[in-house]
Design a protein around this ligand. Structure first.
Ligand code: NAD
Length: 506
């Protein structure tokens, strides 16, 4: 079933206020902004933009909740997590409809997003195993040593528009399972998915104040980054803002992981299965209208297969549908972004790229209203072009031609981003060489979107991540906890005596 942004009659949840202490709370600020359905331009809800007083209120609430949540037993926490998992699984279509309505992605894609978030909840259900410490008996005579990981306190989670449910779920279940309380600041462009999830946490039995939602813009983000009671910040968004969040948050003494933008290359070697490579390039390039941080935006065709590969990609691209019944692509997030993406196509044309498939005319013919733009295929793109250099974040796939593997690798390794990449080949040795030599955090071999499973960690290198912790998996648990090592002696009291020298192990 594919369906764009049609909200069912039963859907009532829309973000209208902050969610603080287990209820919807009016803002201290009078400033409100509308949220639009990008497929129609219709306003579906509006949200407040937080003032500093709202930031103080939400952080105070999260701090108060932490005083009891941090001591909730692992049994209690996991019972809530399992209930949340069951509720979310049963009602995931509802959440997918909210995502489609505010983000614009097609229903099946929105459902896939929820499913990947659900996998992180399932990982968090196993938190007792993740939090197991270590014990050394008889480290010294009558002395044992054990280590344990403790929660941090209230943490902030600041998320982008392109995965309004999944990205908050990369962090929230693990932060909560580890004993922290959270303040989520979702994107103001599609905020309702996070309010819906917060209500579901309450239904699952999570105490009020453990998960809170604060709506807003830079004022809200800066307030969280500088608040002395926020202990850690997880951020996902564009590179300039990620860098700013990392620098500001760490300067304020916080632990910060800030995931940024991307420019993902797919290298196709001459021996690759070209049908499969073309299918993958089209799926990974245009899925979710290219608004994925793991989207393929550059195909690097190596050797003499370039013409054939471009033709195969073009054939498939021309067959895609947008708008109407059963679309392959939804709209972009808003008309401003659509115009920006279109300007990259104009620029590439002016700089000498070949427009093999032109999404601009497609959009004008079929769906000129709202935020639609057709898929565009550019060939003969060079690293000097703006369309190559910038993250376009739209349905624009560029083909760069390279004569050798070494040239193609050099292109990828000198790119300032390092989120995801893929190689398509039948040669195992070449694939292994690529895996070892490429400077990118997530690598696919004949897999175009190598998003790690929840029990691995997600994150890129270079300008795609600031900080040293990736999201979810073991690194996620580590990020939301800090270690304590305890040394214990229960010897015979009769053996006690003064010893002013530095303790020696015996
Ligand atoms: P964005 O950087 O504009 O916004 C992200 C968050 O930061 C939002 O909550 C927003 O309100 C806030 N924000 C925006 N400008 C700010 C400012 N000047 N000061 C403080 N806060 C600010 O990103 P977006 O447009 O919502 O999302 C798309 C971007 O996110 C793309 O670059 C994409 O690659 C990236 N992304 C990265 C990953 C990853 O895992 N690396 C995943 C998803 C998206």
């Amino acid at each position: 079933m594919t369906e764009i942004s049609s909200a069912p009659q039963t859907l009532t949840t829309a973000a209208t206020g902050h969610w603080i202490g287990g209820r919807t709370v009016a803002s201290e600020s009078a400033s409100r902004i509308p949220v639009e359905n990008p497929a129609t331009g219709e306003v579906v809800t509006e949200i407040p933009l937080a003032a500093q007083a709202d930031v103080d209120h939400v952080v105070d609430t999260a701090k108060e909740a932490f005083s009891t949540w941090k001591t909730a037993s692992l049994s209690k926490r996991t019972q809530i997590l399992f209930r949340y998992r069951e509720l979310l699984n049963a009602r995931k279509k509802e959440l997918a409809q909210i995502i489609s309505r505010e983000h614009g992605k097609v229903f099946s894609d929105a459902l896939g997003e929820v499913q990947r978030g659900l996998e992180v909840v399932e990982f968090a259900c196993g938190i007792p195993h993740q939090l197991k410490g270590s014990l050394t008996i008889n480290a010294s005579t009558d002395v044992d040593v054990h280590s344990a990981r403790h929660p941090l306190g209230p943490v902030a989670i600041i998320t982008p528009f392109n995965f309004p449910a999944m990205v908050p779920m990369w962090f929230t279940p693990i932060a909560v399972a580890s004993g922290n309380t959270v303040v989520i600041k979702p994107s103001e462009k599609d905020p309702s998915a996070v309010n819906w999830q917060a209500e579901l946490w309450q239904e699952a039995g999570l105490p009020d104040g453990v998960v809170n939602v604060l709506h807003g813009d830079k004022v809200a983000v800066d307030g969280l980054l500088n608040h002395p009671d926020i202990q850690a910040v997880s951020f996902v968004g564009s590179t300039p803002v990620a860098k700013y969040v990392y620098e500001t948050g760490t300067k304020a003494g916080k632990r910060v992981q800030a995931l940024g933008g991307a420019k993902n290359h797919m290298m196709v070697l001459p021996d690759a299965d070209l049908e499969r490579a073309a299918d993958s390039a089209v799926s990974a390039g245009y899925g979710s209208a290219g608004e994925r941080c793991m989207a393929i935006s550059v195909v690097v065709a190596v050797g003499d297969i370039a013409d054939q590969l471009v033709e195969k990609i073009a054939e498939r691209t021309r067959g895609l549908s947008l708008g109407g019944e059963n679309p392959d692509l939804g709209p972009l997030i808003n008309r401003g972004h659509r115009d920006k993406v279109r300007s990259y196509v104009d620029g590439a044309e002016a700089e000498g790229a070949s427009i093999v498939v032109d999404g601009r005319s497609w959009a004008e013919a079929d769906v000129s209203e709202a935020a639609f733009l057709g898929p565009t295929l550019l060939d003969h793109v060079t690293p000097a072009m703006k369309a190559y250099q910038d993250e376009i974040f739209g349905p624009v796939l560029s083909v760069v031609r390279a004569e050798t593997y070494e040239q193609a690798l050099e292109l990828i390794n000198t790119n300032p981003y390092g989120n995801g990449t893929a190689i398509f080949t039948r040669d195992g040795a070449a694939a292994r060489r690529f895996e070892m030599e490429v400077s990118v955090g997530m690598v696919g071999v004949n897999v175009p979107i190598p998003v790690p499973m929840a029990y691995y960690s997600f994150g890129g290198w270079k300008n795609s991540l600031f900080g040293d912790s990736h999201a979810h998996g073991a690194e996620g648990v580590h990020f939301y906890t800090r270690g304590k090592v305890v040394t214990t002696r229960w010897g015979d009291p009769a053996e006690s005596g003064l010893q002013l020298g530095f303790p020696q192990n015996d």
